[in-house]
Design a protein around this ligand. Structure first.
Ligand code: B3K
Ligand code: ZN
Length: 865
């Protein structure tokens, strides 16, 4: 199969544009009729044909200015209309089959609810259209459907007319006054429970808020609606951005490929990111609901009012909106644990992507299937790039740049360069070199090396190096804002003679920068990459003792946490290389004292008691022996648990919370307690403690904490508690996903048999992405021993599954193939096993574009090594 990649450099403005579209949709499960009336006009002087996108459509008729039109040709991807005038009306009637749509793109049925997903290129599955983000049209949409089963029928904007027909159907017309690209179109019809509220904007406008959930789930929607109001207020206060329509609607559906979608005025959400209450949701679920609600709401300005010119610019809206939701979450909860959470995503997933065949800059240059580029690089590294601008410009300068961005580009489809240029105009800081972050892929390593010179001089040399990536062989030095503190042997902060950008910020804009310290002491401990000031790996020359010193004296809380993480990483390396004795009594004692000293600080303590995951450990290693590294980590955690046992019991008791509340204090305390429980689970006698927590829990975080601890402690206890959990929640698939996930990550020899059983569970459904991710995703991403079984059976299981799933939902299949494509970390034998399965996938003649792009890249990567 050869598939042509699209290139950013080939962008051409559209030959035609559409200013208005009037859609008329008559809903039917297998034959929905779509009549689309377009106002089309030629752009510039040319005689080209009009080429419309369209897939999986049955064409009924075409009228041009009211008359039948026949000068057209159907192609595999759309419709070409020849000899059209410069300005005209085009009316196209098509029929689509929502029931058969298992790819969940375009219009589909989710548990009896009609809903749409159009980003990136799903609108072309609804009607023939110029399905590209730089064609902005005013939409009206009339929906007709059965009155009894579809009492609620929604689309973007405001409802302007409605009525009933004599055949038991009813209709409603929606009008969206803001021109928008087709990817922001949405339609929903079904029967729901509804929650309503009002928000008064800063300028006094009243906005109706409506949240639609499955019947019977009303109470689980309350938190999301409150979170929406908090988001609306925050965006007014921090960015001066108000909502612009009279109504804002959110609909929760059960079948959804990703988290949610920011359609103008009508967000469609995966129910996982809407529904939450004390009994059924963990603290993390509450957090995620609030942050996804905020993210989609913030898109109204960063994404909808100002959108992307083409899909290569995706980070324009996604990186920026992720940064905005991160700032919001940090203001709503706790900055430290938020930052740590974000950094974990970068280290575990984004660094891995950069090191793999799928490496791409935050603004990609080449794409086969756009859905493959909704990545941690575009989203999370994209947000880190925005954050670096925030660091460089300061909060005020950043806000001035944002104001200028909206002043220049409201109502337009623009590029990342346009964004940087607006930011550039706000302050005197030159962003020319900085903007390389948009075009260069890969993770830079920043190294810190000290030299003690004769006399009283110490130098600290900071170097950067970005290794070649699959997509780019040569790299240039980046403009890196490096937050750094220097601590002397007495624990005092010192500053270099060399001037810095700010007291704790140094700019590394060359391959190497040297800082000099004269008369500041002979031992200076540099604590670099504070607050993860740049998306880089850090390689420092600190000794294990100095990590403890940094933990004790650094000002930046993130750096303190990171010092402990680096110490753990060093210690695990000693175990991995069969010299655990290098982790001697001084280090153990230092760790115990560190934990002891933070007993009153559950937030930091909770994070410090989490040992780097296997996924993050592999990012700084090559030629990995999976089982040796896994076992080294396990052995170290076991020893850590032994050394800390006395303190852990006290901390566990201290962090008991009273009646459940989702509050910053309680969340920290529960996190601390449950982290401690997973460490205690490594002690022989912890079964009763785990059982007690499970039995007495009044909230999902504690129940799940106990189950995770049981999974570590003992398989029998685990099975017993899991059975009780299933009995209670077997009718609630969203909660049962947690149970599926725990089973799928269990390190047991018969895991493949377990997975087969899970797939036969009455609540499992291959059509539902949440279920598939809970079972197959959890296994492939997080079951280290099972997925990486020595005989390759884990890889084979995933491959067999993907071959099947790809025939119905390529988008989800393509997400799940990721662990298999990241073979480059492992040793030769294992690489061969993984590639064998990738080849099996590629041999499949009907492979989707989605999987083809990833698998073919993964197989050709490193071919010349
Ligand atoms: N913009 C959507 C993602 C669409 C993904 C299409 N495959 C959700 C978000 O980022 O807000
Ligand atoms: Zn987004």
């Amino acid at each position: 199969m050869t598939l042509l990649a699209k290139r950013r450099a080939d962008y051409r403005a559209p030959a035609f544009t559409i200013s208005d579209i009037d859609l008329n949709v008559t809903l039917h499960p297998t034959a929905t009729r779509v009549v689309s009336s377009l106002r089309v006009s030629r752009q510039g002087e040319h005689t080209e044909s009009l080429v419309l996108d369209g897939e999986h459509l049955t064409l009924v008729s075409i009228l041009l200015d009211g008359k039948p039109f026949s000068d057209y040709a159907k192609t595999g991807t759309g419709l070409t209309l020849a000899n059209v005038p410069d300005d005209f009306n085009l009316t196209i009637e098509t029929v689509i089959n929502p029931e058969a749509n298992k790819a969940l793109e375009g219009l589909y049925l989710s548990n009896g609810v009609y809903c749409t997903q159009c980003e990136a290129e799903g609108f072309r599955r609804i009607t023939y259209y110029l399905d590209r983000p730089d064609v902005l049209a005013r939409f009206t949409c009339t929906i007709t459907g059965d009155k009894a089963t579809l009492p609620t029928m929604l689309a973007n904007g405001n409802p302007i007319a409605r009525g009933e027909n004599s055949d038991g159907t009813h209709w409603v017309t929606w009008e969206d006054p803001y021109p928008k690209p087709a990817y922001l179109f949405a339609l929903v019809a079904g029967s729901f429970d509804q929650l309503s509220d009002t928000f008064i904007t800063a300028s006094g406008k009243s906005v109706a808020l409506e949240l639609y959930v499955d019947k019977g789930k009303r109470d689980r929607g309350v938190f999301a609606l409150e979170a929406l109001k908090r988001s609306m207020k925050w965006d007014e206060e921090v960015f001066g951005l108000e909502y612009d329509l009279d109504i804002y609607m959110i609909v929760a559906v059960d079948f959804f490929n990703m988290g949610a979608m920011e359609n103008k005025g009508l967000n469609v959400f995966n129910s996982k990111f809407v529904l939450a209450d004390q009994e059924s949701a963990t603290d993390e679920d509450f957090f995620n609901v609030e942050s996804v609600i905020a993210h989609e709401y913030f898109h109204n300005w960063t994404g909808n009012r100002v959108t992307c010119r083409d899909w290569f610019q995706l980070s324009l809206k996604e990186g920026l909106t992720v940064f905005r939701d991160q700032q919001f979450s940090s203001d709503m909860s706790s900055p430290l644990s938020n930052r740590i959470k974000q950094v974990r995503v970068m280290r575990e997933h984004q660094f891995a992507e950069d090191a793999s065949a799928m490496s791409h800059p935050i603004r990609p240059d080449e794409v086969i299937e756009m859905n493959n580029f909704y990545t941690v690089t575009v989203y999370d590294k994209g947000a880190e790039v925005i954050r670096m601008m925030h660091t460089l410009l300061g909060a005020e300068g950043f806000r001035a740049g944002m104001d200028e961005y909206f002043r220049r580009h409201d109502g337009q489809a623009v590029t990342c360069d346009d964004f940087v240029s607006a930011m550039q105009s706000a302050t005197d800081i030159d962003l020319t070199h900085f903007s390389l972050w948009y075009s260069q892929s890969g993770t830079p390593t920043v190294s810190v090396k000290r030299d003690v010179k004769p006399g009283c001089e110490v130098t600290v040399t900071l170097k950067q190096h970005t290794p070649p990536t699959a997509d780019q062989a040569t790299k240039q030095a980046l403009y890196i804002p490096l937050q750094i503190e220097f601590i002397n042997e007495r624990g005092e902060h010192v500053l270099p003679d060399t001037p810095m950008y700010r007291d704790n910020l140094c700019i590394l804009d060359k391959p190497a920068v040297t800082l000099t310290f004269t008369g500041k002491g002979r031992q200076i401990t540099p604590v670099a990459l504070g607050n993860f000031s740049a998306p880089a790996k850090l390689q420092s020359d600190l000794t294990p003792e100095e990590y403890l010193h940094a933990f004790r004296f650094a000002d930046d809380a993130f750096s303190r946490w990171d010092a402990i993480q680096q110490l753990y990483n060093w210690a695990i390396e000693q175990y991995y290389t069969n010299q655990p004795e290098n982790v001697g009594p001084t280090i153990w004692q230092g760790l115990v004292s560190a934990v002891d000293a933070e007993q009153q600080n559950p937030e930091l303590l909770a994070e410090c008691l989490v040992v780097p995951s296997f996924e993050s450990l592999i990012q700084t290693r090559t030629d990995i022996d999976v089982h040796a590294l896994y076992n080294a980590r396990e052995a170290f955690v076991g020893d850590l648990s032994d050394k800390l046992a006395g303190i852990l019991n006290t901390v566990y008791e201290q962090n008991q919370t009273g009646d459940y509340a989702y509050s910053v204090e309680q969340v920290s305390a529960r996190r601390c307690k449950n982290t401690v429980l997973t460490l205690l689970a490594r002690q022989q006698d912890s079964a009763s403690l785990i059982r007690e927590q499970f039995t007495q829990s009044d909230n999902m975080s504690d129940s799940l904490g106990a189950l995770k601890a049981a999974q570590i402690q003992d398989l029998k206890l685990f099975s017993e508690l899991m059975q009780q959990f299933e009995q209670r929640w077997h009718n609630d698939p969203l909660v049962l996903d947690k149970w599926f996930g725990l089973h799928a990550t269990c390190p047991r020899d018969d895991i493949l048999a377990q997975l087969t059983l899970l797939r036969q569970h009455p609540q499992f459904s291959q059509q539902n992405p949440n279920r598939v991710r809970a079972v197959v995703g959890s296994f492939a991403f997080y079951n280290t021993t099972g997925f990486h079984a020595d005989d390759g059976s884990g890889y084979q299981f995933l491959t067999d599954y993907l071959i099947e799933l790809d025939t119905t939902n390529p988008q989800v299949a393509s997400r799940l193939v990721t662990p298999l494509t990241q073979w480059q970390h492992y040793n030769g034998e294992r690489q061969a096993l993984m590639k064998r399965q990738l080849s099996r996938l590629l041999d499949n003649k009907n492979l989707s574009k989605d999987l083809y792009e990833k698998v073919s890249k993964a197989l050709s990567f490193g071919h010349n090594d």
